[in-house]
Design a protein around this ligand. Sequence first.
Ligand code: CMC
Length: 426
Amino acid sequence: MTDTLSVRDNRTGRDYELAITDGTIRAADLKQIAVGDEPGLATYDPGFVNTASCRSAITFIDGDAGILEYRGYPIEQLAEHSTFLEVSYLLLNGELPSQDQLDSWVHNITYHTFIHENLKQFIQGFRYDAHPMGMLMASVSALSTFYPTASNISDPENRQLQITRMIAKMPTLGAFAYRHQQGKPYVYPDNELSYTANFLAMLFKMSEPAYKADERLIKALEVLFILHADHEQNCSTNAVRSVGSSQVDPYSAVAAGVGALYGPLHGGANEAVLAMLRRIRSTDNIPDFIEGVKGGKEKLMGFGHRVYKNHDPRATIIKKACDDVFEVTGVNPLLKIAQELEKIALEDEYFVKRKLYPNVDFYSGLIYEALQFPPEMFTVLFAIGRTPGWLAQWSELVQDKEQKIARPKQIYTGIRTRDFVPINER
Ligand code: CMC
């Protein structure tokens, strides 16, 4: 078997042989297929449904089989046995850390959790009802002004420092955005606590000398962070890579990722799921709602995925985490609506035919709500979890010799050369 693709251009009768590598052909190889002086052939792929943009050794997904692996480790095993910081180390470095490496990594992250007081004032400047994702996006971007040397992206030590800072400061920024919205005083990091316990303390501590969250809730949030930590070339990671390809500093690149994540088709779906369940209000209203979805009125939020066409392995783990959390907090009444909705949708021809299954966001919102987060905070939690993934992908990008500034082509559909018309003649 020869790993090539034979192509005949019926416009010219010419034959071409294109190399096949890793199940892909190089779009640039198509350029040679041309008619006369016209530009050569290109591919047209809105939404990148069948285009690989990079080589990556970080995350493997088999969408048909419902497999997700970080650096080769199945997500189920990592969710059960690992911690979020250990998984972050794995994503960034390619291997699980030794005990010494882990201790030093955890120490470094803990050491960098504080933010500059001026950044705190910057957050204070937002309106009382500002969406936390808007505040997070702006404050991540503002970090680049506090660490101007971050622009030196070719220095590995410098890159490592900014990566550590960003993973360390994300929960602080997220918690400050939340406290701002609540009109409550900001709570500074407590470096005696673990990453996730400290985040919960910064969110919920009031006058008590030390805030101690329930260990089972800490574990549930850790699991959620792990499940969100990376997902190969999703919309926000693509945004990070695309912006990062201009060789800008990593804070600016990750701020772009936060913006992409904010959208309801991506990370914003968890907030939208909760709003949808509230609107449905009772299981009696589900049939009408489903009819509306099938009629194209709206989408069933938390369902469907570009890659998973069988099941989303993260959704399975989250369903189990729901049980653990509800054991502590009591059952979220919206759970019944979600379960019934899932049952009906999974039997319905419309969803079955289109291979639409619950995704990671379908149940995560129910857990977040049980943990006392308001819906506007859900996507912030996703962003904190996704930060090591964005940074691992950014780091891979800047070291990849094959990468160039991201600059797609277009098919121009507008009017061609015409003479300017003075305003009084239009
Ligand atoms: N409800 C109803 N119909 C749907 C849904 C849905 N949630 N998702 C897809 N469809 C339909 C879609 O209308 C299309 O139908 P038709 O062939 O008749 O035009 C068909 O299914 C194929 O959908 P698509 O839009 O081509 O699929 P895509 O791969 O471009 O989109 C998606 C993937 C996740 C954006 C989409 O399924 C969706 O909008 N889901 C709801 C939002 C959501 O839950 N997003 C979270 C995704 S997982 C976490 C993350 O990425 O952040």
